[in-house]
Design a protein around this ligand. Sequence first.
Ligand code: GMT
Length: 375
Amino acid sequence: MKIGIVCYPTFGGSGVVATELGMALADKDHEVHFITYKQPVRLDLLAKNIHFHEVFVEEYPLFHFQPYELALSTKLVEVVLTHKLEILHLHYAIPHAYAAYMAKKMLTKKGIDIKLVTTLHGTDITLVGSHPTYKAAVEFSISNSDAVTAVSNNLKKDTLRLFNIEIDIDVIYNFIDIDKYSNKKDKECNRTTLANENEKIITHVSNMRPVKRPMDVIEIFYKIQKEIPSKLLLVGEGPEIERLEYRVKELGIYDKVLFLGNSDDVNKVLCYSDVFLLPSMTESFGLAALEAMAAETAIISTNTGGLPEVNINNVTGFLSDLGDVNEMAKNAIFILENNERLETFKANAFKQAKTFSIDKILPLYEGVYQKAIEK
Ligand code: GMT
């Protein structure tokens, strides 16, 4: 098939899913065209069947806001016509599904029936999409897609609760390339470079926005390190970083917390990890948790959104109510204080991660594309 993928190219779950999916499709001989304003961070441009088309937004002093949607829909028309695409796969509804709908209308006038597949990722529904500023446009563009997928049952339920949607939603979970993460036994994964022999390693990976509650990560770790010699690795950058650094200094644990910034080699960092903290306010799926599980790491998370579909309580880790940092710390200590127990949780996490392996998920997307084409 000839597929166009539209996504956010920066660090963030939806961009990662879109990029990994596109690369896996290309590997299976589909022709894949990424259409976005910047090269996606994990994209291997030299790979076979991969193409990238940059969306330029012409700046004009009259515009207070530059019209990205307009530039995107124009680019979509151009790429569909030039490369004879059959499918546009829109990752994150805002504004991609809306811009693609406009492109579809323009293409219809030229006798082309491009099919639109929209994947809902989470905050495009739960935080931003349902806001009155965007709601009508999001509802319209989802309903007018040829197929819609959501990354968890919980997100599907939220979508149907928050919007009046007149189309079926297929649930297709986030996925993982297990081989990329299962490197704990590699020579390269030498944990003594980061922590002493007797120390455990706790990690958190996110874009450090308030929705991820990174301040809870610090509070949980503060309690853990009082009981268990340990280090905290923080991967990612975002608006909360300064406040976190301040709090870490205030608590006197600066020597135990490593701020690593953004990384497109998350797997290399996760290979050191014993326990992963994800105390998010909401999480439609929790790709970060799945990546950690693939790297044989136990998960301490909240029970919000789709997280219970990924992290199984008392098996792969523990789930707690939002903000209950005492319980999350207690659960982490319970896992970490006994090596045999820690190994069991890690092995369970890895086993659960395998159920989301890319070879199981990829055919589901291909099935959705096929259904859309036959519509
Ligand atoms: O919030 C983020 O971390 C970014 C966001 C995105 O759209 O880029 O992630 C969402 O999509 C991921 C991939 O489908 C999901 O695994 C995340 O759970 C989801 N984030 C939230 O719902 C907060």
